[in-house]
Structure formats: structure tokens, C-alpha cells
Design a protein around this ligand. Structure first.
Ligand code: HEM
Length: 204
């Protein structure tokens, strides 16, 4: 097993690569560029990475249960926090670069455009999970910590739905993310204790 701190550092630096590349592209450094629609590209890339990290976070437990190495579990919190980080940056680039921090307009967008409503709801629900991800909060909340962090499932559904709803033409990419999420949720349901108990009772 790799040393925990080295592993965490390597994963942390790897998770930062998309962000560093986007910063370089924003300032047109090191041959990176955001192309003809820089604000749109930035919002899109940050949103996609936020969703990817969200799905990676959800995949840790199934991977571990299917025989993956135990150290995977040590990375779950980091992946979850990176998801929050990228989604927050996604929101901030929308609010600052696209809407010039015009709060009445942002509020109108949130209320009137259903895909933005879903995204905002997902971010609002994700925030307490990020805040309470520390060991201190885990201790303080006890059993309720697990209950609170189950919100990750509806959040992921809202995130994929938000992605799906904003697609204008080709839904293939959004469909792939929806399929991955359905597989992860399906696995979760099938391996839940209640379902296992039901089958055990039926077979006896
Ligand atoms: C869990 C929360 C969220 C996730 C996972 C998420 C993810 C995504 C994804 C994957 C895309 C599509 C990117 C692409 O097509 O390449 C997207 C687009 C977008 N999202 Fe989010 N998002 C979230 C929250 C938000 C919030 C809070 C806002 C703003 C209030 C927002 C505003 C937008 C906008 C404006 C677009 C681009 C739509 C367009 O170009 O027409 N998102 N988001």
C-alpha cells in the first residue's frame, strides 16, 4: 500500500491539473487557450469537472466493495471536496464573467430557467456536505453525519439533470454521465441492507 500522505499529495496535485490548465488557458499562457467563446468554455469545463469528481466520489464505495484497494476510501473526502471546488468555480465564473455579478439578473435566471434552478439547488445542498466533511464535524454530528452525507445521491441526480437540461443539440455526453450515475445508484440500491434482508427472507 502506498504511504497515505504521499498518495494524498499525488492525488491532490492530479486533481488540480484541470484547474491549472484552465487558469493558463484563461491568461493564454503555455500555449493554452479557451478558444472563441472563453467564458462559455470556462463555465463548461468547470461544470464537467465538478460532475466528474462527484461521480468519482460516488464510485469509491462500490469499487472498494468489488475488491478495490482499501486506500481508495482515504481519497473519498478529497474527491468530494474537489467536486465542490470545481462546482463553486463553475458557479462563480457564471456569476462573475457571464452575469457581471448582477444579482437581480442572477436571481431571475435561477427562478426562471429550470436547469439553473436545478444547478443552484445542487450547489446549495452540496455546501453543507463540504463544510461538515472534517473529522471534527463527523464527531459532532455522530449518526446524523451519515444521514446528511446521503444527500450526495440527490445532489448527483440534480447535477446530471441540470447537465441534461442545458444541452441544446447532442445529448450523447449527458447520456453517458446519466448512465454512469444510474449504474452507481443501481449498485447502491441492490447492495443496500434492506434489499439484501428482503431477499434473505424470501429465500427462507
Ligand atoms: C452540482 C452542481 C452543478 C453541476 C454538477 C453542474 C454541471 C454542469 C455541466 C456538466 C454543464 C455542461 C458543461 C458542458 O456542456 O460541457 C453545466 C453547464 C452550465 N451550468 Fe452547471 N452545474 C452545477 C451547478 C450550477 C450552478 C449553481 C449554476 C449557476 C447558478 C450553473 C450554471 C451553468 C451554466 C450557465 C451552464 C452553461 C449552459 C449553457 O452554456 O447554455 N451550474 N453545468
Amino acid at each position: 500500500m502506498p504511504k497515505t500522505n504521499t498518495l494524498k499529495l499525488v492525488v491532490l496535485l492530479t486533481c488540480l491539473i484541470p484547474f491549472v490548465l484552465l487558469v493558463l488557458a484563461t491568461f493564454e499562457l503555455a500555449g493554452q487557450s479557451l478558444g472563441a467563446n472563453p467564458v462559455e468554455k470556462l463555465i463548461h469545463e468547470l461544470g464537467i469537472w465538478g460532475l466528474r469528481f462527484l461521480l468519482i466520489t460516488l464510485a469509491i464505495t462500490p469499487l472498494r466493495k468489488l475488491g478495490g484497494p482499501i486506500w481508495l476510501l482515504k481519497l473519498r473526502r478529497m474527491f468530494g471536496l474537489f467536486s465542490f471546488f470545481y462546482i463553486l468555480m463553475h458557479f462563480l465564473s457564471y456569476a462573475i464573467l457571464d452575469q457581471s455579478l448582477n444579482w437581480p439578473m442572477i436571481l431571475e435566471d435561477i427562478l426562471k430557467r429550470p436547469y439553473i434552478t436545478l444547478g443552484m439547488l445542487a450547489l446549495i445542498l452540496l455546501t453543507p456536505l463540504a463544510i461538515t466533511s472534517t473529522n471534527g464535524w463527523m464527531r459532532r454530528l455522530g449518526k446524523n453525519w451519515k444521514k446528511l452525507h446521503r444527500l450526495i445521491y440527490p445532489i448527483a441526480i440534480l447535477g446530471v439533470w441540470h447537465f441534461f437540461w442545458q444541452v441544446k443539440l447532442d445529448t450523447t455526453e449527458a447520456l453517458v454521465y446519466a448512465l454512469i450515475l444510474m449504474t452507481l445508484l443501481g449498485y447502491r440500491v441492490l447492495t443496500s441492507r434492506r434489499i439484501a434482508d428482503y431477499w434473505r427472507r424470501r429465500n427462507h
